[in-house]
Design a protein. Structure first.
Length: 341
């Protein structure tokens, strides 16, 4: 918009466009950085806290590894004891199995002997019956002795043979019962042997697991050594940082006057910031008033087609005036600051 007065006095305080505003200085932030740089204790404290946290974490990991190693050792002892018990039980079962096999072999020999005796008794019975048939066939012969005299010893012998057969049958039944009981015992022994073999395979698996656990224990021990070395290194670093903190604290205590001066500078900078904010508010109010006046004047200065006239020259003058005002304010504030310093 054009200047209605021709000299740019009416709208000299009009603000420039938003994209042309320059960022203001931040002395408070720079002063905080300066104070932090002078003190120098905050980074050391942060690093010390981080190292202490790492140390606590490593100590916790070390305790967990030691507890795991202790548990692995206890489980290894329990597995060794279980292996010893299973070995003893397997030896006992093996002895029982050998004893049962020897008893079964002896009983088989007795059964074979009884069967042979039974066959001999049956053969004697068949021979007696054949003799009796021959006697009956020769009864017509007058020269033969009486049949009773011939049959009496044969009947006695037959009776003895039958008694022997009955006894052998009883022995055979008893032997069958004993054989069945021994077979049942043998089956039980076989099942026990199978269980022992399964336990033996389990023992092998436990031994393999034990070896793996031993390897894990070795790995944990190596990690424990590494953690110990890291712990000693961290302790040395903490001691160095503690010494550095002591030196910095001594330097800060020795430079108390400098710290007081820095605090005074900070207070003055804060006061200057407050003054800067006050000037900014006044400048904003002036800009708003100038904008309102510019709008009114622009509405008055229109051509016949109801269009606002070009204001390039007025905008350029207003921008230069605004830049000069802001530069003057900044120079005044910097002058106050360096005078206080």
């Amino acid at each position: 918009m054009a200047d209605p007065y021709g000299d740019g006095r009416a709208l000299r305080n009009h603000p420039p466009p938003a994209q042309q505003q320059r960022p203001r200085l931040k002395p408070a932030l720079e002063m905080e950085d300066l104070i932090s740089l002078l003190h120098g204790s905050d980074p050391v404290r942060v690093e010390l806290t981080r190292l202490e946290n790492d140390l606590h974490y490593k100590e916790k990991e070390l305790g967990d590894a030691q507890a795991e190693i202790k548990a692995l050792r206890l489980s290894e002892r329990a597995r060794e004891k279980a292996v010893e018990d299973l070995t003893e039980e397997l030896a006992k079962v093996d002895g029982k199995l050998k004893l049962t096999e020897s008893l079964l072999e002896s009983k088989n020999l007795e059964a074979k002997k009884i069967n042979d005796e039974k066959k001999a008794a049956l053969a004697a019975q068949f021979a007696a019956e054949a003799t009796l048939r021959r006697v009956h066939a020769a009864q017509k012969d007058d020269d033969m002795p009486p049949i009773e005299a011939i049959l009496a010893p044969l009947e006695a012998e037959l009776k003895l043979a039958r008694q022997e057969i009955a006894k052998l049958q009883d022995d055979n039944r008893a032997l069958d019962r004993l054989t069945k009981s021994k077979e049942a015992a043998l089956l039980e022994a076989e099942r026990t042997v199978q269980i022992a073999l399964a336990k033996a395979s389990l023992v092998d698996d436990l031994q393999n697991k034990n070896q793996e656990l031993m390897k894990q224990i070795e790995i944990c021990q190596e990690e424990n050594k590494i953690l110990d070395r890291m712990h000693r290194q961290k302790v040395a670093e903490v001691e160095k940082l503690t010494q550095t903190v002591r030196e910095l604290e001594e330097a800060v205590l020795a430079g108390g006057a400098a710290a007081n001066a820095v605090r005074d500078y900070q207070r003055k900078v804060q006061e200057m910031n407050e003054e800067m904010k006050t000037l900014d508010r006044e400048l904003a109010r002036a800009k708003v008033s100038a904008n309102r006046v510019a709008v009114v004047v622009a509405n008055e200065w229109k051509d016949g087609n109801d269009k606002v006239m070009p204001v390039k020259q007025w905008l350029e003058e207003r921008r230069l005036l605004q830049v000069s005002n802001e530069g003057f304010i900044v120079l005044v504030l910097l002058g106050f600051f360096w005078m206080d310093v």
